[in-house]
Design a protein around this ligand. Structure first.
Ligand code: DC
Length: 237
């Protein structure tokens, strides 16, 4: 039986395995995977390249807003590499946005309302036809408050730091475990305490702590939840 297409909103802290999980779910359902963190990262890269971070902390909001007008962010699927890649003004920046420099600055940019407005507008457009798995911090609360299936993913700080550290090492990028942990803690704090669209669990989200379970076990859990949810929606039509 073919199920009705839905939106899967996947929110949670930094480095709790959202993108791995979201990609697996998207493949399983034949849906598109949309990484909204990559969008905020690409805007941050543009700010770094324009020298807006002269001092530590947030750059002047007005300068970011001025720059934003000339920024075009888009996601494009690369069939050769079988992955969706992010473009900043027509330039593929998938690798540049994953390093420590962007990671260390992105929370400041993601806290700026004008940036969020522009990204959320794009995200809503991408989800118009449903059949998407979108991961981020505010997908179930702000971007798609009516998403049919909302998952809030969590994992302990230690487990998350170790995962991120291994990711850097595997990619041959320099990394220091303590620095990675501090960066995660700092981002968690800024992301969940900002005024505009803070990271928080939607009331109707289902929580999954994946600290001690494998991705396959997460998929079993998902299949169960998905069957229950779609039975409800399919039954209603
Ligand atoms: O998921 P990520 O680590 O790539 O996200 C990068 C940053 O962007 C993170 O600090 C939180 C922010 N973000 C956000 O505020 N809203 C989203 N929907 C996605 C990411």
């Amino acid at each position: 039986m073919k199920h009705q297409k839905i939106i899967v909103a996947l929110d949670g802290n930094s480095s709790c395995g959202k993108s791995t999980y979201a990609k697996r779910i998207a493949t399983e359902l034949g849906y598109s995977y949309i990484d909204t963190g990559a969008m905020y990262r690409a805007v941050t890269l543009a700010c770094l390249e324009s020298g807006l971070f002269e001092t530590t902390g947030s750059p002047p909001v007005q300068l970011v807003e001025d720059l934003l007008d000339g920024i075009e962010i888009s996601l494009q699927f690369n069939p050769e590499r079988q992955r969706t890649e992010i473009y900043l003004n027509g330039r593929m920046v998938e690798d540049q946005i994953r390093g420590m420099e962007v990671s260390g600055h992105v929370s400041y940019i993601a806290a700026i309302s004008a940036v969020r407005r522009k990204m959320v507008e794009y995200q809503r457009r991408l989800g118009e036809g449903k059949a998407v798995v979108m991961d981020g911090r505010d997908i179930g609360t702000v971007v798609f408050p009516d998403a049919e299936l909302k998952i809030f993913l969590t994992a302990s700080l230690e487990v998350r730091a170790m995962r991120r550290y291994k990711e850097f090492i595997e990619k041959g990028m320099p990394a220091d475990m303590e620095e990675v942990k501090q960066n995660l803690e700092k981002r968690d704090h800024i992301d969940s305490s900002r005024e505009d669209s803070p990271l928080k669990q939607a009331e109707d989200a289902i929580v999954l702590d994946n600290s001690h379970i494998t991705v396959d076990q997460q998929m079993e859990w998902f299949q169960d939840v998905y069957n229950r949810i779609t039975a409800r929606f399919d039954g209603g039509h």
